[in-house]
Design a binder for this molecule. Structure first.
Ligand code: F6R
Length: 237
């Protein structure tokens, strides 16, 4: 694992933007895997700035988001569709049909998972997968105990994850109980992985991810098995 230690959230976001822009500018058909949550918010602002101020084009990029809640419409402010549109897609020149986010509203959710995997394969797999880290070690919505071989699937969200994400909702009861997520097997097939982690509260879990035992109880420890992982963090390891 290549670990880049930085001083603060701003520097983490700047370094992560450099890595992502490098892929966007070097590849003729880059495929990016994207995450939601608080951690990448500034990074998405910086990508927006690169497009709007420095004219970096995104018209040749395809994206695949890690996950989406089940039961929220695309217009729901808490959906990850809405988040991505607000933070990035609505600000850059990427065509809508090149943006992929699991659809948590279809009746046949199993078929949606299979179709999502197929689309990733048809795109030639993900060149660069961005990840955030959950307090319980989750990546995407792969909660502790998920098989490292799992592909895109339906998950029951942990009580701790629903509690952590309740800050975005009016009441904790409004946080959906299920989501669709890329599996760890899907994530590990990305050619490069970029994990960004901010804040002392994630210090213990990040240390276990980097140097602890590889175990399905801490999903992100699976990253130790990938040969091209970069971690950018302001945590002293
Ligand atoms: C979001 C996702 C999650 C988050 C993680 C950290 O698409 O897949 O794994 O990356 O929960 O969230 P924040 O950044 O809000 O601390």
């Amino acid at each position: 694992m290549n670990i880049i230690q930085v001083n603060d959230y701003e520097e983490m976001s700047q370094e992560a933007a450099k890595v992502m822009l490098n892929t966007v500018q070097e590849k003729s058909h880059p495929v990016l895997g994207l995450a939601t949550g608080s951690t990448p918010e500034r990074l998405y602002e910086l990508l927006t700035k690169a497009h709007q101020e420095d004219q970096v084009p995104f018209g040749h990029v395809q994206t695949f988001n890690l996950d989406e809640y089940i039961g929220l419409s695309k217009d729901d402010e808490q959906s990850y569709h809405y988040f991505m549109n607000e933070k990035l897609m609505g600000n850059i020149d990427i065509p809508n049909n090149q943006v992929h986010i699991p659809n948590g509203l279809v009746t046949d959710l199993e078929a949606e998972c299979v179709a999502y995997e197929k689309k990733i394969q048809q795109a030639g797999n993900i060149d660069l997968q961005l990840l955030g880290l959950g307090m319980n070690g989750h990546i995407g919505f792969n909660e502790p105990g998920t098989s490292f071989d799992a592909r895109t699937h339906i998950v029951q969200l942990d009580a701790s994850t629903r509690e952590a994400n309740a800050r975005f909702f009016e009441n904790e009861a409004d946080v959906p109980t299920q989501a669709i997520t890329m599996g760890i097997g899907t994530i590990l097939e990305a050619k490069q992985i970029l994990l960004i982690v901010h804040g002392e509260k994630k210090a213990d879990i990040l240390r276990r991810v980097v140097s602890g035992e590889v175990t399905e109880d801490i999903p992100a420890t699976a990253l130790q098995r990938h040969d091209n992982v970069t971690i950018i963090t302001d945590i002293d390891l």
